[in-house]
Design a protein around this ligand. Structure first.
Ligand code: ZN
Ligand code: ZN
Length: 239
């Protein structure tokens, strides 16, 4: 079912830049303008939150995951591309995004041997409404590029929550307690897991999912996201 939706979408629409939506040659993933303007995360990054040192806001706080890798900040053309990605016409963007994410995983976690990759889930109701979980496709793309087994639906989301960005730190924490569960403990026990999300705000969603994996016996959890939000001091929020 998932495969048929994906191939139908790919055959129906011309190839577009995964960041601005401009029609491009079928061999490319992005236009030259976006290639130059991508808000890439580069150089020395914080081991915990994945942001460059001068943009780190985690202050080294301990998490249930070991580290997070992401190619971009959630800004500029990446923000635009992700918006399109959440609609069917932009689903194909996962090809471009998973390539960048796979490169970030290789660069940051090159010495880690993962047992499987899984994604941050949506509630069944939300998934049916959208028709797919976009994080499923990101994990699938990374799995294919890096040869890591993709186990979908390992984590389940039990009920709907408010969007993580745009609410305060304390609300974010309470917002997620008890929201996730593990559908199959035996799949998780003693495993090194790569957990995939699209946008990470302060890492609370990833941390809550990692906590459930850890409670069910996972050996270690690493995270990969397409983009990390930037913290703006002016209004005390991640945007
Ligand atoms: Zn573009
Ligand atoms: Zn940090």
């Amino acid at each position: 079912m998932k495969k048929s939706i994906e191939s139908l979408i790919i055959s129906l629409f011309p190839k577009r830049c995964a960041y601005c939506g401009k029609v491009i040659a079928s061999s490319r993933f992005m236009c030259s303008k976006c290639e130059n303007e991508l808000p890439r995360i580069s150089g020395t990054v914080c081991r915990k939150c994945g942001r460059e040192k001068d943009k780190c806001t985690c202050k080294g706080a301990e998490n249930y995951f070991s580290s997070i890798a992401a190619p971009f900040y959630y800004d500029g053309c990446v923000r635009h591309g992700v918006h399109i990605f959440k609609f069917r016409k932009g689903l194909r963007n996962y090809e471009a995004y998973s390539l960048e994410m796979a490169d970030a995983v290789k660069e940051r976690f090159g010495n880690v041997s993962f047992d499987f990759i899984t994604e941050v889930p949506m509630t069944e109701k939300s998934r049916k409404k959208r028709g797919y979980n976009q994080c499923f496709y990101l994990a699938k793309g990374i799995s294919e590029r890096l040869g890591i087994e993709h186990k979908s639906d390992v984590i389940c989301k039990l009920y709907e929550t408010k969007k993580q960005h745009g609410i305060t730190y304390y609300l974010r924490k309470g917002n997620l307690t008890g929201v996730f569960d593990i559908s199959d403990s035996s799949a998780v026990k003693d495993k090194t897991v790569l957990l995939c999300d699209d946008i990470s705000t302060s890492g609370e969603t990833l941390n809550e999912c990692a906590k459930m994996l850890w409670l069910h016996g996972a050996k270690e959890v690493y995270c990969v996201a397409l983009a990390l939000t930037l913290y703006k001091k002016r209004n005390n929020k991640h945007i």
